[in-house]
Ligand binder design. Sequence first.
Ligand code: ADP
Ligand code: MG
Ligand code: MG
Length: 479
Amino acid sequence: MSQSRLASCIPLPLDNKVLSSVVEKAKDWALMHGVGMRDKAHFSKDTIQIAPFVLLPSPFPRTEFTKAVDLQPVLNELMHKVSHDDEFLEKTLQNALEVDDFTAKLYNIWIKVREEGITQSLSLGLFRSDYLMQQPDSNRIKQVEFNTVAASFGAITSYLPTMFRYILRQLGHGELIKNMPENRALSGLCSGIIEAYDMFGVPSAVVLFVVEEVSYNICDQRFHEFEISEKRPDIMIYRKTLKEIYEEAELNDKKQLIIEGRPAAVVYYRSGYEPAQYPSQKEWDARLRVERSSAIKCPSIHYQLAGTKKVQQALAAPGALERFVAEGELRSRVRDIFTGLYSLDFDDSGERAVEMAIADAERFVLKPQREGGGNNLYGADVKEALLRMRHSRERAAYILMERILPPLISGYVVRPNAAVPPSLCDLVSELGIFGVIIGSKEKIYSNRQVGHMLRTKLADANEGGVAAGLGALDSPYLL
Ligand code: ADP
Ligand code: MG
Ligand code: MG
């Protein structure tokens, strides 16, 4: 099937001379405004380089954008309820836990803190729901996944509408900027952290960012710190790795997590979502200590578990949404964004899914319970993996998802150290909508949509993570 194409915001290609000149300007704008990341090949804390971005904002249908924005509070609440439904989580994750050590370790922490008695009933969610347009279905959005932990690029992408306005003006198309929605993700996400901080209510308390050993995506993280510091000069932010937390943080008799003599009010994880971030038992011990503490966790461990692919698949199964979304009209709006999701458990429907995917592997994506990009299997690899796992319990660690076929977009990707001018490419975009939620099992105190991000990749690449080096930052141009 030939892929349809969305019209670009201005006629392309651009003249080479114009293109080279505007790319130079755009790169400088990006560098000088922190649209950057640290260089993985030549790491130095003294330099940042531009994060890959597209030169022009990519087209996105306005109705679908609005749909995703409007749905975010509904999805926030759905995930909040799922995370507090012990029975549903256990039943859903059961088979995967037997074969997926990482998810099992997270789950065991949840069991342990529940058994001990939960010290902090509030959770903070800074969520991101991701979508691709489904081209054979009138470009309607379909949910790729729902991120509950370390959802990134809210900060940097908040600056992109301004960058694109500058670029469009340089190209003589200043009138088009009216079609670019403002993006207040950064202030929205930070408002969630500040609100949780105030609910904790201890004046000497700090906010703790849990970070990687090396933060390549430093601009995105630091912008949160700068924003919070600007809005609330009284709030100190500490950055610590899980290992440092193991070594430096302790629980006092009130179960406060004490770091450098001060209690942590909010713990915001920008690390801790993949196995490599727990190289030893120390990191796991640190995680458990944080979860035991009175700090408000973003995410709490049950929010993180609710964000697994397995839960996403279970919610698409018949009858599941009914448990969490009472109202019929809302429920059908949620169901409408789901694409085909199949369990690979050892039962009749699991067997059917395995055979269906082996017979027509190109139609599917095979996903383990992992975050951060680069973990999924596509096409021939789906078939090979399922043939290998057909009779092994290992397959329960995965879910099967229908492959979404997005429409093509023409555009230029600007990358660090790449030839100028870049060539015109076929691209596809993935939209992310950010949401903030704060609540306990009994009550939701805040729940809102706060902004968006768009990232765009080469049409023939399977995945498009920006931090993983494949995607480019973007911002929607609404059609
Ligand atoms: P992760 O948590 O690692 O980001 P995702 O489910 O978002 O996992 O998958 C990573 C990437 O793979 C997505 O950003 C998207 O580019 C691609 N992808 C995932 N699911 C699908 C799908 N069903 N159809 C097409 N592409 C997909
Ligand atoms: Mg994810
Ligand atoms: Mg993703």
